[in-house]
Design a protein around this ligand. Sequence first.
Ligand code: HEC
Length: 199
Amino acid sequence: MNGKHTRGIAATLVLGSALILGLNGGTRAESMRASAPQWTADGQLILPDDYHRWVFLGSPLTPNALNGGEAGFPEYHNVYVHPAAFDAYRRTGQWPEGTILLKELQRTLDGRASDGSRVEASGRGYFPGQRNGIDIAVKDSKRFADTNGWGFFNFGHHAPPYARSAAAAPKASCAGCHEQNATADMVFSRFYAPILEAR
Ligand code: HEC
């Protein structure tokens, strides 16, 4: 093979890779756009309807039995993120603009024991019951500049149906605690690392 020919092939390969990378970047940007948060005319966040298909990150549990019978959120806290934001985080370690993190509360099945636990075929413990509320965090640095680039929304703490849309909660209700205690960029990512950073 002569030198000219080889250079020709090399150039084609470089061009091909650039095209593939370019296309990939485009597809990713498009899928972030396709899953972008939806807003009402007066700036309320519309509850996404397909979040059970998103990536499930984890499920912290703060049962009443371990909180003097009065846990603020005695349910499982099931946390989801849409797949495009999940991919972006795995690539860059940053949450992209438009990220939606959704936490759905899920009650434990009624307990037979005083600590709220029950016995099932797998053993004694807590088992998932009725869904019971939704909180959402959206990254939008312009819209939520006052709360570190994230807006926080509560769609009700009760069984479905949930509110269809919600206004951003005041800083004191949500963002303040996230700002002080979260792992990085307002998110408690340390609890999701086993899935978020799995290789
Ligand atoms: C007193 C502290 C505190 C307050 C106030 C608070 N959160 Fe959180 N939030 C947490 C902690 C801790 C987690 C980590 C998972 C868990 O324990 O539920 C969390 C997790 C979340 C998550 C999942 C993503 C993440 O960052 O881990 C969302 C979404 C969320 N909170 C939304 C809200 C909304 C909306 C409000 C206000 C209505 C709110 N939070 C108020 C402490 C708080």
